[in-house]
Design a protein around this ligand. Structure first.
Ligand SMILES: Nc1nc2c(ncn2[C@@H]2O[C@H](COP(=O)(O)OP(=O)(O)OP(=O)(O)O)[C@@H](O)[C@H]2O)c(=O)[nH]1
Ligand SMILES: *[C@@H]1O[C@H](CO)[C@@H](O)[C@H](O)[C@H]1NC(C)=O
Length: 495
């Protein structure tokens, strides 16, 4: 430091009137100064710190009594290796008047006789920093005073802004020197500085602008403060802002609060629909399923007796009933449909449940189908009536129109069945898709048949299951079971 000063001293321009000798003296003085400084460690350089925009005095006091006649004073300023004469007085005349506008500072020539050649700088700027040298011509030689001016700049009050996303805050302060330190704190004393990033930029005026960004999510109300600190000036400036958990945060909460239930609802619907589809594969129609339950829970030993002639579709009707009830089973020819005569080869009874079976009483194909063989059947039925229930169903195909003889035979049959069970049989009309059920239905009603059912049977050739088709047969079986129940009730009442 001192060495640099000394070298600079050697370099500086000297008075015009300075003799060669004087120069050598100056050089010698510089050396003595250098050595003296090195030996004693005493500071010959006046260190001045000024605050930007303020005024400063750079002192230069000397022994006025020894001042040379011409009262020569020269001020020299070196900044960033650029040295200029800033004041030069001789005989009380300003020698630099031609560039008065561009130079800095002023001296007061009338104070020279007091030994005061101090330099006054108004509104100090960064460009005023550097080395100052005051030279005063004394009778025995040159008096020189060195000064170093440091200018500090108090940065402007920080601006604190909140970013739109409410998760970052920006603190900025301009025109500081040296670069300001930035710290972040919460009202509760929390130190948020570790969450911040600070950047300094040197601006054209030689000052530092600072921008610090704090990124942090605040879930509760908080006061956050940003402080810019000029360490050598021991000066800090603070700005605070109140943080309320942001609008956007609320929106997100709202979004999640609505989206999640909606998503869950949709998911539940999908799952529900899949479960429904899975279950409905097996059970189709809840009403059908109730009837199946009722049939399976029937605890009475029941034999449904179908009475009819060949080729009226009785085996197909039995198959249809079993198929409609056994919803999970594939179609099978349980009753032996489409078999050629003799018919006794067919199973006598087809089981439906553990307690319910379906059987058939096959009549002769010719005109007098009933009256020729009634006695053996009636005996059998009367005997069986003791042990189990007998819902009777007369089966007739819609494809066959009724002759007078056939009508009489059927009437006879109905009366006989009533004599056994106490009520007329139901009627089942098959092949309704091929014939004219509507012409037959009234006739059977007129005979006293309480229920006349019409069927489109499931057949070996065609047995595509639908809930609607199942329902025809389930209804029919349900009615048969109920009929015997009410018969039982009536019988009990009679007793
Ligand atoms: N379109 C239609 N065809 C049926 C219906 N019921 C039975 N069939 C058909 O009629 C034919 C005879 O049916 P089966 O169930 O064997 O009746 P069946 O000839 O009276 O049988 P047996 O009593 O043994 O003489 C078969 O080819 C069946 O496919 C029905 O409701 N509609
Ligand atoms: C030198 O003169 C100036 C201008 O009048 C004055 O303000 C300053 O105090 C003087 N310095 C000293 C040390 O007397």
């Amino acid at each position: 430091m001192e060495l640099a000063e000394a070298l600079e001293l050697c370099r500086v321009s000297l008075f015009r009137t300075q003799t060669r000798l004087a120069r050598m003296k100056l050089f010698a003085f510089g050396l003595i100064l250098l050595v003296g400084t090195a030996l004693s460690g005493e500071n010959f350089v006046n260190e001045i710190t000024a605050v930007r925009c303020k005024d400063v005095w750079i002192e230069c006091r000397f022994d006025a009594a020894r001042m040379r006649q011409d009262k020569a004073v020269l001020w020299h300023h070196c900044h960033n290796d650029v040295c200029t004469n800033i004041q030069h007085y001789e005989n009380g005349v300003d020698q630099l008047q031609h560039r008065a506008a561009s130079r800095r500072g002023r001296v007061y020539p009338d104070k020279f006789r007091d030994g005061n050649a101090s330099l006054f700088i108004e509104n100090v700027q960064m460009s005023d920093e550097g080395h100052y040298e005051c030279n005063v011509a004394l009778t025995e030689g040159l008096y020189t005073k060195f000064s170093v001016l440091t200018v500090l700049a108090s940065s402007e009050p920080p601006q604190l802004t909140e970013a739109l996303d409410t998760r970052s805050f920006t603190c900025s302060s301009r025109n500081g020197f040296p670069p300001a330190l930035v710290s972040w704190a919460g009202g509760s004393g929390m130190n948020y500085t570790p969450d911040s990033v600070t950047q300094h930029t040197l601006n054209p005026e030689g000052l530092y602008d600072v921008v610090s960004k704090l990124t942090r999510r605040f879930t509760e109300e908080e006061t956050i403060c940003c402080t810019v600190w000029n360490q050598p000036l021991q000066e800090h400036k603070t700005n605070c802002t109140r943080v309320t958990p942001g609008q956007e945060t609320d929106d997100q909460h709202l979004l999640t609060a609505t989206l999640i239930p909606v998503a869950l609802f949709i998911l539940a619907c999908c799952v529900g629909f899949m479960i429904y589809r899975y279950l409905s594969k097996g059970r189709q129609n809840p009403a059908d399923d109730r009837i199946r339950k009722r049939i399976s829970s029937c605890s009475h030993h029941t034999v449904i007796v179908l009475i009819g002639r060949p080729h009226h579709g009785m085996p197909s009707l039995i198959n249809s009933c079993v198929f409609a009830y056994k919803v999970k089973e594939h179609f099978a020819n349980w009753a032996g449909a489409d078999k050629d005569p003799p018919h006794y080869a067919q199973p006598e009874e087809v089981p439906l449940t553990e307690r319910i079976t379906i059987t058939r009483a096959l009549l002769q194909p010719e005109d007098r189908f009933w009256t020729s063989e009634r006695d053996s059947y009636l005996d059998k039925w009367r005997r069986e009536e003791q042990s189990h229930r007998h819902p009777f169903v007369f089966v007739h195909s819609c494809t066959e129109m009724l002759t007078t003889v056939a009508k009489d035979e059927i009437k006879e049959l109905f009366e006989d069945i009533k004599s056994v069970t106490g009520s007329y049989p139901f009627t089942g009309l098959t092949k309704k898709n091929q014939g004219h059920a509507e012409e037959l239905v009234p006739f059977f009603h007129s005979l006293g048949s309480k229920r006349v059912f019409t069927f489109h049977n499931y057949t070996i050739q065609e047995h595509k299951r639908t809930p609607k088709r199942d329902e025809e047969f389930l209804d029919f079986m349900n009615a048969c079971i109920e009929e015997t129940d009410s018969e039982t009730v009536r019988l009990i009442e009679d007793v």
